[in-house]
Structures are given as structure tokens and as C-alpha cells.
Design a protein. Structure first.
Lengths: 410, 652
């Protein structure tokens, strides 16, 4: 018990130093601060990947540690993006409108500026007034608060309803998926107040930074994403390493027994669900300014399933596994779908990876589930010589989310 | 002077019909044409009316033919003597027929002037022709004429229609004529009592044509007058400003009626200020401080005081002006007896209509519920009975639909291809399901969450394969002709045959499922394995084989559902994923492991969705959103669904 946090978790130091080295390396190779070996668009891809890694960390906590397969965390991710996107779009439009009105013979009134912004933003959906949800969009601090508050409250209410009525296992997965679908369908409406299926766009233009090139801004966002990922890793490593971590792992493997021992299982689950929703939302708030556009398609239930896929491929129940899985699959995916992977001519048919990548991903995912439940993270166990617990083939506990013997580590 | 001439001409033209009517009794068409040669040669809509009426009323058996020919450029005039002939183009020029029907030889093109009435005149001729068509010996022609009148009702059609009523022999056409007569009467008859009688005769009728005829009678416009004066016209209701008429709209009415000066909009105010900028100042106020509406109003008031801009109405003046006037909605139909009768009949119709719409909504909900039931019944087997989350279920539905499409490529007869496709789709998806069970799911029976992810992997692979093979555009799955059209009870309640077929298919599946589960050896073994696999195994049942067959059965049913869904939706690679979440919810809401629960779940989800769509018809997305929210709440109160299994069968 006397050992320090870092001594008990050697992976934290290793992870943080690799992350720092990676960030430093990318910075030195960037167009803005180094040798320009890496293009700005690829730096954006790397920055976005770091954000996806953070979301995968959250997914690993909720699924890998607490055993709740939530298929709704990409919804929280997207809500975070929407919240920051509202400020970005409002402030950016305000700059444009003020500049345009400055040429008028009379100085503009506040109302005129407001109307101008509303007309610019909502012209595409045929409205000309700012909907009430944009009430705080003029203020960055308030909107940043909303990035945390909106997904947090949504997760709190939804989680309270779901856990209170003891919805567990696959039923909870289906319920979260339904929630995601409902949100996406709601946002697809033009009168939802968030521009319907047009979504929010032009988010890569940061207000007040008109003079700074995208090359520099992309590196700044990379730094911010790396910092967020580092802090997130540290926080989650701390959360799962103490007694709290033991309790949520116990809930994962045998919820009923933890409840009989007197722990408030619902409270723990609700905390983890809300915390991970907030982390996912922060990741989303960093992701979408780099992506430049957000629309309701980002909330589609399939996105959340992909998140689970990344964690599973990286190896669930270990934090670095989630990061590795997200980085590996999303980078590979952008390599294959970006048309950079060479096609394979078979003589009678040419395998074009843009078409066949999803087939490969789907099948390799089946293969990982069947043959390598530890995922990529399992390789580290081989190197370290870690063995798996001997349960005579049984899982660690009776619950749906419990770790299998083959994916646990001693 | 010119006005006087015009008036004289008008008076003369009005006298013409009377004179013609007196003269034309029993004269031939040819005589009438010759008499009015000048008008016929250069006809205009204003002046030709009496001539056409005379021709139509002449009693000449050739009148209809000649009128029709005239409208259709089939009437010509010989240049040499000005005689009229029916002309038909032939090799030499024209074949001529005299107006009494006898052959009159041929003529070259240059000898004949074709009469080309303009569209206004052709319209008048076709109205005149209606009376001939209405009494045409051919019932099809008469029905056609009635359809024409129903499409474009006009006051002048009333008289010929009534004249044709008595001679109608066909009872169906007679009823149609009578209905059309009453519809025209209630709109165009000059006698108020006749109109009211016509309206009352329709009491309780649901026809769309009746509503189309009645609604224009009740159209209103808003009118205003000073308090001292009365609003003339047939007043529908008085409006109180601020209560049922917003203040702003009331003032706009005053402005439109020239009873008050226009209000100054912010844009006009701004323009006025800009026009009065002098040395960077407006009426002594520096431009730089005019960045609030209050400052701008003050500057405008100062300009008003200086007299350089017109006075604008202030809020107070607006209130006063509105208070000094009365407002009312006035029917554009001037006769109060008619509007009262129309309101009464429409109200009765609306009550009946609401009932019918509820019935129609019920049918819609039933058909949506059967679609959800079809999509979910396969899941009810794999998820409900085996507890296997099959995310690829939607792709099995898609596979079935594509099977139907491929079969149609080879068998062009739609009926035959459907008969072949149904068992083939079952076979294809049965095989796919068995393969998937053997290769993947068998290893994950104790791990439902892993099954979810593994089958999701298969789902995206299958979807992408379908996209690669069939392309991204939608493929048609055409239903046979006998499934086209709709069963129509009246103008409101109707349901298409495809939906009836899907409903029947859902019923058939329910019966088949119940039969297999309750009455066959396989069903018994499936239930035994579901309740306790090891005990079932000790009784000599092979759980592996049963699981494989059960999964195959569930997948096969998904394939058949795919054909049913493909018949009314386009077949795309995303077909399945559109239904997967709804299908899971149907099973979960209904209660896992119970086919009646699935039925109840489908009925609830279908009914809810249609109900919400009815409350907010413009927005089906919102309907789905609220439906899902409702289901999330519903799960709170019945976490195990509508019909929850109890005891051993519940599995825990």
C-alpha cells in the first residue's frame, strides 16, 4: 500500500513520455514550427486521432472496467462538438457581420448585428431568428461550460433512469443505442435549432485568429489534444487504480455480489457513466474544430459501435489498449479509405481497398473477438510474461460484461 | 364620345342574343353561319357568344359536328363565294363536306381559308358542346362530359346539365348527373333557396368534391371600418383587436384600407436618417452615437420636429387608431343563408370525417405494425429465444430483398418471380444464418456483448459487400400488377393492397411460428434447449443442432421479411440498418422470449409512431424521436417488456 501511484502504474509514465515525444516529434516536422515534412492536413488527422483516443479511453472505462457496453458515447462526443461549434460559428459570423455593417453610414445597433448573424447562420434552414438554444453562444466561457454540462446532465438523467430500473447487459446497450438514434433524428430536423442536416460548418476558422495560418492552428490543436489525452489518461489511471477501480471491476464481473456486499452499485455506475460522457464530450469539443464540420450523421448509432470496436481491437480493460486500438484502427482506416493503399490485382479481379476496407475491418473484428480477445494490448502481456488467471475456462464473473479468462491478466 | 359609342355597341351586343333567339327557331346551321359571317370570320370571345348559342340551339342534327369541327380547325371558308364547309386535309388540299353532310368535292389549299378561333372562343364552343355530349347516345361520351364538368365547374354548365337530366337512361350516370347538378347548384344557382336546398341535400356526405365545392363558399377576408360605420357584407364573425386579432395585424389592415398612415419600419427609419446626415450629424446628433434604436428614434423625432421627414405613427397613435375601428371577417359569398347552411353541413361532415380519419389512422398504424412485426419476428427467435444479439439481422433482411431483385432479373413475370423469390430468399438467408452460427456465434453463446460486436463486424462486411456487388443506387423490387392500387372504402379510408398483403404475411408468420413452436417436435426441442441446455442434452436432444436450426429459422424469416419490405421501399445496402434499432426495440418493448410480446411491441410502436405523426404531420423525424423517448421511459416502468416471462422460463 505504501507504493506510490506511479510505481503501481508503470504504464502511466511510459505512456506520457511516448505521448510527449510524439507531440514534440510532430511539432518539429510540422510546416509551422519545423521542417515541413508532415502536411497540415495530416497534422489535423493526427490531432483528430488523439481526440478519438481520448474518447476510446472513456469507452474503455465504461465498458472495459465497468462492464457497461454503452452504444451512446459518440453521441456525447458529438454533443460536445456541437456545443463548441455553436460558439465558433457564432463568433466567426459575428466578425463577418460586424465587418460588413461597418461600411454602413450609421453604426450598427446590437439588434442589427444579432439579426445579421441569425440570417447568416440560419438562412440555409429558412429561419431568421436565433433559436433559444443559442442563448449562450456569444460567450466562450459559458459555451465551454455547456460542453461539460449538457452531455453530463444528459448522461446523469439517462443513466439514473436506466440504472435505477436495473437495465443491464444487452438491454442497456440497445437502450443507449436507441437514445443515440433519437438524438440523431432530433438533430436531423430543421427546426431543432442546430441547422438540421446541414450541421455546423466552418469550424476550422477560429474567431480572433484570422491572422494565424491553419498550419500553426493545427499544431496548437494537436498540443491541446495531446494535453487532454495526457490528463485524461492520468485521471483515468488514478480512478481505476484505487479502491474505486476495484469496485467498478467487481461490478463488471459480478454485480449482484457487489450489491450484497453493501455497495451502491447504481451510484458507482452513474458516476462512471457521467464521467465518461463528459470526457467524451471534451474529446469531441477538441475534435470538431479540427474536422471543421459537424452534422447529425456523426451521431449515428454506428459511430458508437465503432468506438467499441476500437477498444476491443486494442484490448479492453487496459487503458493503453484503448488508445492503441483507436489510433491503430482510425489511422489505418484513413490510410485505406484515403486511396493511398495500393490495390491488389488478382488477375480476374482487382481488390480496391476503398471498397474492401470495411469488409476487412468487419472480418478482422470477428477474428479478434473469436481468437484474440486481448486485442493488440495482449502483445504487451507476452513481452512482460504476464499470465492469465486460471479459472478453468470460466469467465471472471457471471455478468454479461465480465472479462473472459482469456482476456484477463493477473 | 368614345364612351358613348362603346356603350351603344355594348347595348347592341346585348340585344343580339334576343334577336337571334327570336329568329333562329328551326333554322339550319348553314343559314346562321352565313348570317353572322363577319363574326364567324373574325370571332372574339366578347362577341361570338350569341352566335354559338344560336348554333347550339338551332336543332340542326349537324350542329354538334360543325361546332366540334370549328373548334378543331375543321371548318373552312371558300374564298371564291364565302361558303362554309367542313374541311379535312388530303393529298390535293382539302376534302370538302357541305354543312348538311353531303360531299362537296375537293379544293386546293389556296382556295380555302381555314377558320382559326382563338383559345377564348374555343372555350365557349366547348361549353356549348357539353350539352351535345351530355345527351350523346354513347354512355362513355356522357361519362367523359361529366368528368369534364366536375373538373372545371362553371356557371354556364348548369343549364345544359339540368336539361340533360330527364333523358338520362343509365342509372349510374343519372345519379352522377344528379350529384353534379346539386354541386353546381350550390355554387352557381342564382336562387338562394335552391342553393340552400342543394347544400342540405348533401348532409353527411364525405366526398372530396363536396368539400371542394363547399370550402370556397366559406372563404373569408378581413375587413375594417370606423366604429361609426358598419362593415358591409356577409359577416362571419367580429374580431377584437388584441384578442383574436393581433394589434400589429389590425393596424396593417387599417393601412391597407387607407384608414391610417403607414408605420415606420426600422429599415425606413434608418434610410430616413441616412438621407439626412449633414456634416456627420443627424439633427444635431453625431452619427457615431446612433448605435441604439432608442437614439435613432430620438433623432427621427428631432427630424420630425424640424419638418424634414414625414410624421410617422407612434405606438400610441397605433393603439388609438386600432381602437377607433371595428374589424370583422367577411365571407366572400354574399348570401348569409348559403353560408349558414354550408357551415352547418361542413360541421356535420367534419365530425364524420374525424371518425373516418381515426379509422384510416388505425389502418395505417396496423400496416406499420405489421412491417415492424415482420422485421422483428426473426429477431424474436434469435434474440428472444436464443438470447443472441444479431446485429447482422438487418443485413439478412437486405440479403432477402436483394435475392428478390436478382430473381426478378431472371424471371420477368413478377407474380412468378415472387413465388420463386420467397422460398429462395428463405433458403439464402437460412444458409447465411447457419453459416454464421456455426462459424462465429457458437463460440460466443455465453458472451452476449461479444456476440453483439462480432455480428456487427459481419454486418458492416455484408453491407459493404452488397455495396460493392450491387452498387450504391437503389434497386427496384417491383410488385405484381395485382398488388397495385388500393382498397378504398370512401374518399378518406383507403389502404393499398401491398399493405394488406404485408399484413396477411405477418399473420401467416405468426401462425407458422406458433405452429412450429407449440405443435412440432422441433419447437419442443427448441423450447427445451432454451430453458436448460444441459438438461435438454441429457434427454437426448442435440443442443448444437437445435441452436443451428433455430438460428437458421430466424435468419430465414428475416430474408422473407426483406422481400416484403423491398416491395414498398427501394432496395439499398442500407435497407437493413434502417430497421435494426426499431426491430430490437420491438422485441425489448414487447418482452423477450414471447411471440405475443413481439406482436404487442410492434403494435405499440407502430401505433405510437402513427399517432405522433398525426399530431405533427409535417415532421416524421420528430415522431420517431418522441417515439424512442417514450420507449426509453416505458422501459423504466416495465423493464422486462409488455409481456414478461416469469419463473424458470425467464432464465434467471
Amino acid at each position: 500500500m505504501t507504493r506510490s501511484f506511479l510505481a503501481r502504474n508503470p504504464s502511466v509514465l511510459v505512456f506520457l513520455s511516448i505521448l510527449a515525444l510524439f507531440t514534440l516529434g510532430v511539432t518539429l516536422l510540422s510546416e509551422a514550427y519545423g521542417t515541413a515534412l508532415i502536411s497540415t492536413s495530416f497534422i489535423k488527422t493526427l490531432g483528430k486521432t488523439l481526440c478519438l483516443c481520448l474518447a476510446a479511453l472513456a469507452m474503455d472505462l465504461i465498458w472495459g472496467y465497468a462492464g457497461i457496453l454503452s452504444l451512446g458515447h459518440m453521441a456525447f462526443f458529438a454533443i460536445g462538438g456541437y456545443m463548441i461549434g455553436m460558439w465558433l460559428m457564432y463568433a466567426r459570423t459575428e466578425e463577418i457581420v460586424v465587418a460588413a455593417l461597418a461600411n454602413e453610414p450609421l453604426p450598427a445597433t446590437a439588434q442589427e448585428i444579432q439579426n445579421g448573424i441569425a440570417g447568416q447562420i440560419f438562412g440555409v434552414v429558412g429561419a431568421s431568428e436565433l433559436p433559444p438554444v443559442w442563448l449562450f453562444a456569444h460567450s466562450l466561457p459559458l459555451q465551454l461550460l455547456l460542453v461539460v454540462m449538457v452531455p453530463g446532465l444528459l448522461a446523469l438523467v439517462f443513466g439514473w433512469l436506466a440504472f435505477r430500473s436495473r437495465v443491464t447487459g444487452v438491454y442497456l446497450s440497445i437502450l443507449t443505442q436507441a437514445m443515440t438514434l433519437a438524438l440523431a433524428l432530433y438533430l436531423f430536423q430543421n427546426d431543432s435549432g442546430l441547422r438540421g442536416n446541414n450541421g455546423l460548418s466552418g469550424l476550422q476558422n477560429i474567431p480572433g485568429l484570422a491572422g494565424v495560418s491553419q498550419a500553426a492552428v493545427s499544431v496548437w490543436f494537436l498540443w491541446a489534444s495531446a494535453a487532454a489525452l495526457g490528463f485524461g489518461y492520468l485521471l483515468l489511471a488514478w480512478v481505476v487504480s484505487g479502491k474505486f477501480g476495484s469496485v467498478i471491476r467487481a461490478i463488471r464481473d459480478d454485480e449482484a455480489r457487489v450489491r450484497f456486499l453493501g455497495y451502491s452499485v447504481e451510484g458507482y455506475k452513474l458516476f462512471v457513466f457521467t464521467l465518461t460522457a463528459i470526457i467524451a464530450a471534451i474529446a469531441g469539443a477538441l475534435y470538431y474544430p479540427q474536422a471543421g464540420i459537424i452534422n447529425p450523421a456523426e451521431l449515428a448509432p454506428i459511430a458508437s459501435i465503432y468506438l467499441a470496436v476500437w477498444v476491443a481491437i486494442g484490448g479492453r480493460g487496459r487503458l493503453y489498449g484503448a488508445v492503441i486500438g483507436a489510433a491503430f484502427v482510425s489511422l489505418l482506416s484513413s490510410w485505406f479509405t484515403g486511396g493511398r493503399a495500393p490495390s491488389i490485382p488478382l488477375g480476374f479481379y482487382t481488390i480496391n481497398w476503398v471498397d474492401w476496407w470495411l469488409v476487412l475491418l468487419g472480418l478482422s473484428f470477428v477474428a479478434v473477438t473469436l481468437f484474440a480477445p486481448k486485442g493488440i494490448g495482449g502483445l504487451f502481456d507476452l513481452v512482460q510474461g504476464l499470465r492469465r488467471p486460471d479459472r478453468k475456462g470460466a469467465a471472471l464473473g457471471p455478468d454479461d460484461g465480465a472479462l473472459m479468462e482469456r482476456e484477463a491478466q493477473e | 364620345m368614345r364612351a358613348l359609342v362603346a356603350a351603344l355597341v355594348a347595348a347592341f351586343l346585348m340585344l343580339v342574343p334576343a334577336m337571334l333567339a327570336a329568329q333562329t327557331a328551326a333554322r339550319s346551321v348553314a343559314e346562321i353561319l352565313v348570317e353572322n359571317r363577319a363574326l364567324v370570320e373574325k370571332p372574339s370571345r366578347q362577341s361570338i357568344g350569341p352566335v354559338i348559342a344560336a348554333l347550339a340551339g338551332s336543332g340542326d342534327p349537324q350542329a354538334a359536328t360543325i361546332l366540334a369541327a370549328w373548334a378543331d380547325r375543321g371548318l373552312g371558308q371558300r374564298k371564291s363565294d364565302g361558303g362554309f364547309f367542313l374541311i379535312a386535309p388530303n393529298a390535293d388540299g382539302y376534302a370538302l363536306t357541305a354543312l348538311d353532310g353531303s360531299d362537296a368535292g375537293t379544293a386546293t389549299k389556296s382556295e380555302i381559308t381555314e377558320l382559326r378561333p382563338n383559345s377564348g372562343v374555343r372555350g365557349l364552343i366547348s361549353v356549348a358542346l357539353v350539352q351535345f355530349r351530355l345527351t350523346d347516345p354513347d354512355p362513355a361520351r356522357r361519362a367523359e362530359a361529366l368528368a369534364t364538368i366536375a373538373r372545371d365547374p362553371a356557371p354556364e354548365l348548369l343549364a345544359p346539365l339540368r336539361a340533360s337530366l330527364d333523358g338520362e337512361a343509365d342509372p349510374a350516370l343519372a345519379a352522377q348527373k344528379d350529384r353534379l347538378n346539386r354541386l353546381l347548384t350550390l355554387r352557381f344557382d342564382p336562387d338562394s333557396a335552391a342553393r340552400v336546398a342543394a347544400i342540405d341535400s348533401f348532409s353527411g356526405d364525405l366526398g372530396l368534391d363536396l368539400r371542394a365545392a363547399l370550402n370556397p363558399l366559406l372563404a373569408t377576408v378581413r375587413k375594417t371600418a370606423p366604429l361609426a360605420a358598419q362593415i358591409d357584407g356577409n359577416i362571419a364573425r367580429d374580431l377584437t383587436p388584441g384578442d383574436d386579432l393581433p394589434q400589429g395585424e389590425a393596424y396593417d389592415l387599417l393601412v391597407a384600407a387607407n384608414l391610417a398612415p403607414a408605420r415606420l419600419s426600422p429599415a425606413d427609419l434608418k434610410a430616413a436618417l441616412v438621407a439626412n446626415i449633414v456634416n456627420g450629424q443627424v439633427a444635431g446628433t453625431p452619427v457615431a452615437v446612433l448605435n441604439t434604436q432608442v437614439a435613432r428614434n430620438a433623432a427621427y423625432t428631432a427630424l420630425e420636429a424640424a419638418g424634414s421627414v414625414p410624421l410617422a405613427a407612434t405606438d400610441e397613435e397605433v393603439t388609438q387608431a386600432v381602437a377607433a375601428h371595428r374589424f370583422a371577417e367577411v365571407y366572400s359569398e354574399p348570401d348569409p343563408a348559403v353560408t349558414t347552411a354550408a357551415t352547418r353541413v361542413l360541421k356535420a361532415i367534419e365530425t364524420k370525417l374525424a371518425l373516418m380519419q381515426a379509422a384510416d389512422l388505425g389502418l395505417d398504424a396496423l400496416s406499420l405494425a405489421s412491417i415492424y412485426f415482420l422485421a422483428a419476428i426473426g429477431l424474436a427467435i434469435t434474440f428472444g429465444v436464443m438470447r443472441v444479439i444479431n446485429m447482422a439481422h438487418g443485413e439478412f433482411i437486405m440479403l432477402g430483398a436483394y435475392t428478390g431483385y436478382v430473381v426478378q432479373l431472371f424471371i420477368p413475370n413478377y407474380t412468378l418471380s415472387l413465388i420463386v423469390a420467397l422460398p429462395l430468399a428463405f433458403a439464402v438467408t437460412f444458409a447465411a444464418g447457419v453459416a454464421m452460427e456455426r462459424l462465429v456465434i457458437r463460440h460466443l453463446y455465453k458472451r452476449p456483448l461479444e456476440t453483439l460486436l462480432a455480428t456487427f463486424g459481419i454486418s458492416i462486411a455484408l453491407q459493404q459487400l452488397a455495396k460493392t456487388v450491387f452498387g450504391t443506387q437503389a434497386r427496384p423490387l417491383t410488385s405484381p400488377a395485382w398488388l397495385d392500387g388500393a382498397l378504398s372504402f370512401n374518399d378518406v379510408v383507403q389502404v393499398s393492397y401491398i399493405r394488406i398483403a404485408i399484413f396477411v404475411l405477418a399473420l401467416v408468420f405468426l401462425v407458422v411460428f406458433l405452429f412450429i413452436m407449440q405443435r412440432t417436435r422441433l419447437g419442443l426441442e427448441v423450447r427445451a434447449v432454451q430453458q436448460n441446455p444441459s438438461m435438454a442434452a441429457s434427454m437426448g436432444i442435440n443442443p448444437d443442432r437445435i441452436n443451428m436450426l433455430t438460428f437458421g429459422l430466424g435468419s430465414g424469416i428475416a430474408g422473407i421479411a426483406g422481400i416484403a419490405i423491398g416491395l414498398f421501399a427501394k432496395v439499398t445496402s442500407e435497407l437493413g440498418s434502417d430497421y435494426i434499432v426499431q426491430s430490437f426495440m420491438t422485441v425489448v418493448v414487447g418482452g423477450v422470449g414471447n411471440i405475443w410480446g413481439t406482436l404487442a411491441g410492434a403494435a405499440m410502436i407502430g401505433g405510437l409512431q402513427k399517432g405522433i405523426e398525426f399530431l405533427n404531420p409535417s415532421n416524421t423525424l420528430a415522431a420517431q424521436t418522441y417515439m424512442i423517448l417514450f420507449i426509453i421511459l416505458f422501459i423504466q416502468f416495465r423493464p422486462r417488456g409488455i409481456i414478461a416471462l416469469k419463473g424458470r422460463a425467464a432464465g434467471d
